[in-house]
Every structure is written in structure tokens, then in C-alpha cells.
Design a binder for this molecule. Structure first.
Ligand SMILES: Nc1nc2c(ncn2[C@@H]2O[C@H](COP(=O)(O)OP(=O)(O)O)[C@@H](O)[C@H]2O)c(=O)[nH]1
Ligand SMILES: [Mg+2]
Length: 245
């Protein structure tokens, strides 16, 4: 299996069908018979799992599965679960709203080949990034502030740890996500810190990106949790040894 696309999904019945369709069409055209889509149902109370199962029945050309564990654990847990249960040589996780278009996979992957890296991440604030629809200004500013703290506490030199579009080789996914402990939204920063400690280099690549309505993030609840988690990251991962030569 060449590629697993992992979509963490919490109550995504409204946004998922378009995303599944676009992803399936892209994979079918670019890498026929070598891909799978894994929707990780993060304890949704709506028809997320049902819609995904119906979609899989209608379009058997690309295997689509739902992974469920019955309760809402958070995006970090869902992505980790998907990354560790996938079988692709390469593993992409992307948001259920496809704010980063699926076509950006090739853009990042091509850069990874040039750089010789096993981890590639989409990035929004770079000069060549193309933000078609911006987030509300206060969220964009909060994001910039958050990145400054992330760079200070976890991963210096990365301009955007939070973009929900990241590619890992199978080995990198296993090595990194087996150490991840954070279940909520600070997991990206944690995964990148672990990756760096293990010796992986990361390609940060400008992408096309559009803000999508329907975000379920609560700035107060999720934002304060993110900051608390961020303060713990370095302590959580003190003893990691390099695995990459
Ligand atoms: N808000 C939220 N999203 C989750 C959770 N678990 C998984 N996700 C998924 O994480 C992604 C977050 O995207 P979104 O809500 O659009 O956040 P935003 O784009 O960063 O504002 C989506 O694919 C969600 O379905 C959760 O517990 N809460
Ligand atoms: Mg979104």
C-alpha cells in the first residue's frame, strides 16, 4: 500500500461527504489501487460513521474504512490512532474540511523527495503560501502568537505546526506516534518535537489553504488546554534517543 489518508472526524456528517469524494477522486486518478482512506471516528454523536460506511459501499474502488473507539478523545488521539493503525508506506493526515486541498499532497511529497525527508508538513505563513480564504483576523493573530510560544518551548524553526496536513513515512509515523501522549490540539507540536529529537528532518512546505466554516474548536476551552499541554511537552519527552542515523 503506497498511501494511507487518515481523516480524524468528530461530528463531521456535514463536511465529510465532499472531502471523501474529493479525496477518492484524487487518489483514484493519481495512485489507483495503492491507497486507503481511514476515517477515525472520534466518538461522534452524529452519522459520521454511517455516512463513511455508506460511501465505502458505493465507491469500492478506493478502500475506505471507519475506525471507531466509542468516545470523544480529541484530535490528537484520533490522528495517533489512525497513524498507528494504517498500513501505507506513506501516511497523510488531513482535516475533515479539507482546508488544505488534497492536491497539495503531491506538492509536499515532491519537496520531501528533493529534501530527502520522511516528514513533510503543510505551512500557511510562508511567503509562497497561498491563503485563498483567511481565518478571522483574531484567530490568525492568535495562531501567530501560539507559534511564537511553540517555537520557544518545543520546535524552533517551524513557522506553522498547526496546519492539519502532514505526511509521515511508515517508519516515522510509528516511531513518532508511539511516543505521543497528548490527545488534544497540541499534539502536532508534540509530534514534531518528538520527530526532531529522534533525528528526523522536516520539510515545511508552502501550500494552498482556505479557511472553512464549521470549526468546532472553542478558543477558550481548547486554547487554554493547548497552552497547558504545550508547557508539559518538553518534560514529557526528556529521555528520547535518536533513531535516525
Ligand atoms: N474540534 C474537534 N475536532 C476534532 C476532534 N476530534 C477530531 N477532530 C477533527 O479535527 C479536525 C479539526 O478541524 P476543525 O474543527 O475544522 O478545526 P480548525 O480548522 O482548526 O478550526 C477535524 O477533522 C475534526 O473532525 C475533537 O474532539 N474536537
Ligand atoms: Mg478547519
Amino acid at each position: 500500500m503506497f498511501l494511507s489518508v487518515i481523516i480524524p472526524a468528530f461530528n463531521e456528517e456535514a463536511r465529510l461527504p465532499i472531502t471523501l469524494n474529493a479525496t477518492r477522486e484524487y487518489l483514484q486518478e493519481r495512485f489507483p489501487e495503492q491507497c486507503e482512506i481511514l476515517v477515525v471516528d472520534d466518538g461522534s454523536a452524529d452519522a459520521t460513521a454511517h455516512i463513511t460506511a455508506e460511501f465505502a459501499k458505493h465507491y469500492p474502488d478506493v478502500p475506505v474504512s471507519v475506525l471507531s473507539y466509542g468516545c470523544n478523545r480529541g484530535k490528537g488521539y484520533a490522528v495517533r490512532y489512525g497513524m498507528l493503525h494504517a498500513s501505507g508506506d506513506w501516511r497523510l493526515f488531513c482535516d475533515a474540511d479539507l482546508a488544505t486541498p488534497i492536491e497539495e499532497f503531491a506538492v509536499i511529497f515532491d519537496r520531501m523527495k528533493v529534501d530527502g525527508t520522511e516528514i513533510g508538513i503543510g505551512s500557511r505563513p510562508l511567503k509562497q503560501s497561498n491563503l485563498l480564504v483567511h481565518q478571522p483576523w483574531y484567530r490568525e493573530q492568535l495562531g501567530r502568537g501560539f507559534n511564537k510560544v511553540v517555537q520557544m518551548l518545543a520546535v524552533p524553526g517551524i513557522q506553522d505546526t498547526q496546519c492539519g496536513f502532514k505526511i509521515f513515512s511508515a517508519a516515522a509515523a510509528t516511531n513518532v506516534f508511539q511516543h505521543c501522549k497528548l490527545d488534544k490540539f497540541a499534539f502536532d507540536a508534540e509530534a514534531l518535537l518528538i520527530a526532531t529529537r529522534l533525528g528526523y528532518r522536516i520539510s515545511e512546505v508552502p501550500i494552498r489553504w482556505s479557511h472553512k466554516d464549521g470549526s468546532k474548536i472553542s478558543l477558550v476551552r481548547d486554547g487554554s488546554r493547548m497552552v497547558c499541554d504545550l508547557l508539559r511537552i518538553r518534560m514529557l519527552h526528556k529521555g528520547l534517543k535518536r533513531v535516525v542515523k
